[in-house]
Design a binder for this molecule. Structure first.
Ligand SMILES: N[C@@H](CCC[C@H](N)C(=O)O)C(=O)O
Length: 314
C-alpha cells in the first residue's frame, strides 16, 4: 500500500518561507514575533496555527507581527490621535484568531523593537504602541516594561452594579459552578473567585470552562485565589491560573492579571489597595490602578520581557 500526502494539508507555512522570526516570552506566555515594517507579508490563520503548533511548528501561545501603523487601516485611524504611534502590534492567538490586546505580548513586542534598533527607548522613557485595543503607553524600566493598559470596564454593567458577580463558570475538576465577574481590558475576561489554593490546583483547564452568560466575543477565564492575608505592606496579592480564548491554558496572561486584580479589588471593597501582585504559573506581574490622563481610572501592568531565539521559517 502506498500513501499519498494530503493535498489539503500544508505542514509548512509556505507563504512565510524565508521570513526571519524571534521567539520571546513574558512570564512564560510565549510568542513568535515577525518584523514586517512595510506590511509585505500575508499571514493567514493556517500559517499562525502551523507556526504556533508545539509539535509540528515552533510552538507559541500567539504570533505577533511588528508592522508600521500606516500600513494597516486600523493603524491609520490611531495615528490621527497619536502620530507618534509608529508601530502596530498585530497579535494573533495560536488558533489563528485575532485579539484586541495582549499585555505580556506588548512588553515582548517593545523589547524586540528596542533590541532590533527599530525603536529608541531609554530607561524611564515611554513609547506609544498601536494595538487593536487602542494606543498603549509602554515605559521601559530597569527590569522590564510597564504598560498603561487604559481603563477597565464591567462587561455586564447592570449585573455587576447590583451584585458582586454576574455569571457562573463550570470547569473540570471543580465540583459546582462558581460565581464570576466579567471584565473588559479591551479584550474580554471572566474572573472566577476560588476559596483556597487546593481548588486552584484542582481545576483542569485542558478543556474550555463553560461561562454562563458568555460575553458576546467569547472570553478568557481567570481562576483566582486571594492570599491570606490579602494585603501585605499595602500590596494586594492573588494567585491566578488562566484559560485563554483562542489558546488554552497558558503560563500567564497580562490582561488577565489586570482583570483578576480589578475583580478582586471590587470584591474586597473600598479599603482595597491600588497596587497588586499577581502570581501566575510562569512568574509574577504587577498591576497598579491610577488616574489616567482622560480622568478615568487606568490599569498599569508591569513585568519582564525576554527574547530567547531567532531563526528563519522554512
Ligand atoms: N496572553 C495575553 C492575552 C492574549 C489574547 C487573549 N487570548 C484573547 O483572545 O483575548 C495577555 O498577556 O494579555
Amino acid at each position: 500500500m502506498t500513501t499519498q500526502p494530503d493535498a489539503q494539508v500544508s505542514l509548512a507555512p509556505t507563504a512565510l518561507s524565508g521570513v526571519a522570526f524571534t521567539k520571546g516570552h513574558g512570564t512564560g506566555n510565549d510568542f513568535v514575533l515577525v518584523t514586517d515594517p512595510d506590511g509585505e507579508l500575508e499571514i493567514g490563520p493556517d500559517a499562525v496555527r502551523t507556526i504556533c503548533d508545539r509539535h509540528r511548528g515552533i510552538g507559541a501561545d500567539g504570533l505577533i507581527r511588528a508592522i508600521r501603523s500606516r500600513h494597516l487601516p486600523e493603524g491609520r485611524v490611531l495615528l490621527q490621535s497619536d502620530p507618534s504611534a509608529e508601530w502596530f502590534m498585530d497579535y494573533r492567538n495560536s488558533d489563528g484568531s485575532l485579539s484586541e490586546m495582549c499585555g505580556n505580548g506588548v512588553r515582548v513586542f517593545v523589547h524586540l523593537l528596542v533590541s532590533a534598533g527599530l525603536l529608541s527607548l531609554a530607561e524611564g522613557a515611554t513609547a506609544s504602541i498601536a494595538t487593536r485595543g487602542g494606543i498603549k503607553l509602554v515605559e521601559r524600566s530597569a527590569d522590564g516594561y510597564s504598560v498603561d493598559m487604559g481603563p477597565w470596564e464591567f462587561i455586564f454593567p447592570d449585573a455587576a452594579a447590583s451584585r458582586a458577580t454576574d455569571s457562573l463558570v463550570e470547569a473540570d475538576g471543580l465540583e459546582v459552578p462558581r460565581p464570576a465577574l466579567s471584565i473588559s481590558m479591551g479584550n474580554p475576561h471572566t474572573v472566577v473567585a476560588l476559596a483556597e489554593p487546593a481548588e486552584l490546583d484542582a481545576a483542569l483547564l485542558f478543556t474550555a470552562p463553560v461561562v454562563d452568560p458568555t460575553p458576546v466575543d467569547g472570553t478568557n477565564v481567570e481562576f483566582v485565589v486571594p492570599y491570606d492575608p490579602l494585603v501585605h505592606d499595602g500590596v494586594g496579592r492573588v494567585r491566578m491560573r488562566v484559560h485563554e480564548r483562542g489558546v488554552g491554558e497558558t503560563l500567564s496572561c497580562g490582561t488577565g492579571a489586570c482583570a483578576a486584580a480589578a475583580a478582586t479589588r471590587f470584591w474586597a471593597g473600598a479599603e482595597a489597595p491600588l497596587t497588586w501582585r499577581v502570581e501566575v504559573p510562569g512568574g509574577v506581574v504587577g498591576v497598579r490602578f491610577h488616574a489616567g490622563p482622560d480622568g478615568r481610572e487606568h490599569v498599569s501592568l508591569s513585568g519582564p520581557a525576554v527574547l530567547v531565539a531567532t531563526g528563519t521559517l522554512l
